[in-house]
Design a protein around this ligand. Sequence first.
Ligand SMILES: CC(=O)SCCNC(=O)CCNC(=O)[C@H](O)C(C)(C)COP(=O)(O)OP(=O)(O)OC[C@H]1O[C@@H](n2cnc3c(N)ncnc32)[C@H](O)[C@@H]1OP(=O)(O)O
Ligand SMILES: O=CC(=O)O
Ligand SMILES: [Mg+2]
Length: 356
Amino acid sequence: MRSPKDFFAPLALGAPAPVREIPVTPSRMIHFFDPSNEKMAAKAPDIAKKVDVLLGNLEDAVRADRKEAARDGLVAIAKANDFGKTQLWTRVNSLDSPWVLDDLVTLVTEIGDKLDVIMVPKVEGAQDIHYVDRLLAQLEARAGLTKPLLVHAILETASGVANVEEIAGASPRMQGISLGPADLAASRRMKTTRVGGGHPGYLVRTDPTGEDLNEGRTTYQQDLWHYTVARMVDACAMHGILPYYGPFGDIRDVVACEDQFRNAFLLGCVGAWSLHPVQIDIAKKVFSPAPSDVAWARRVIAEMGDGTGAVMIDGKMQDDASVKQCRVVAELADALAADDPQLAAAYDAATKEILG
Ligand SMILES: CC(=O)SCCNC(=O)CCNC(=O)[C@H](O)C(C)(C)COP(=O)(O)OP(=O)(O)OC[C@H]1O[C@@H](n2cnc3c(N)ncnc32)[C@H](O)[C@@H]1OP(=O)(O)O
Ligand SMILES: O=CC(=O)O
Ligand SMILES: [Mg+2]
């Protein structure tokens, strides 16, 4: 464990100083693509215009015999394109794999100036972040980088969940954490066979209404991921980093995907992964606050004046605590609207309707 006095000191001579605040730029969807897949790679520059984050995936879902091709493909794409405000991230192979060392050495030295965040899978504890932290500092120094790379952990092992608070605070590079429900289910020996989402067998049932135990008993499907997402959100908020829902594997089921993303949004997540182009707009819609919520938040803020005391608005009591919630929504809306004239117009129109 680093002494608090040294927390913000560079970990290698010549490495850039770590950031003190994690930049809060839009990251509603982290769009995954396989840089070794020629069709997907060809689409990457166009997709980059529609997403907040483009992520070149080198880990699971890339065939073992395509790992080098994926790494080289990402280097080529990054060198050939300027993605403007769209962030470029990568997911490297896991720390126990034969590929990760070359992933990190190649990516940082070849395209370290183009990359924003390195996603590290299957993080078990702070020790994994410490390893990556030092190695990145050495590589940044070698590459002469002036901006430090940030690190994003995937929460997808039972041990990672048990240690999530120390992972979130392990390094000033920690940008955020994503839930990885597929590997987490396997690690926990859950009996699901899916990539994220719910399960019809995970339910509660109302009490019996008579002798027949099967008669008139409504069941309600429960959210398998509630506990982990909530715990991850708290760990991230405690350390000033950003929480994300991860993958939703049933690409066809755009309805349940939207539900899962919205649960995460309401609990505090800032984004989710898009695995297929069809999931990009779902994430954009869900992780941008609804115009009616923004209008309401702006109204509460306006009516609360200096933000203290209590007022009644449409029969609902508002005070210091609700105005703080409203500020979260209004500030997110302002940040997203700054780069999106259509969203800005929708927010202003809804606000005008209720504030005049
Ligand atoms: C548990 C985890 O680790 S999740 C994270 C790892 N998984 C991933 O990254 C998966 C990424 N996505 C994919 O591999 C693919 O989307 C799949 C396998 C799910 C589906 O692929 P396909 O069967 O080709 O889907 P589909 O036929 O609907 O694709 C339509 C078009 O979109 C393209 N496409 C599909 N996914 C993507 C993507 N993520 N990015 C860019 N283009 C894509 C396809 O190449 C195809 O192009 P074409 O019209 O020129 O042929
Ligand atoms: O990597 C993601 C997961 O769900 O596993
Ligand atoms: Mg995984």
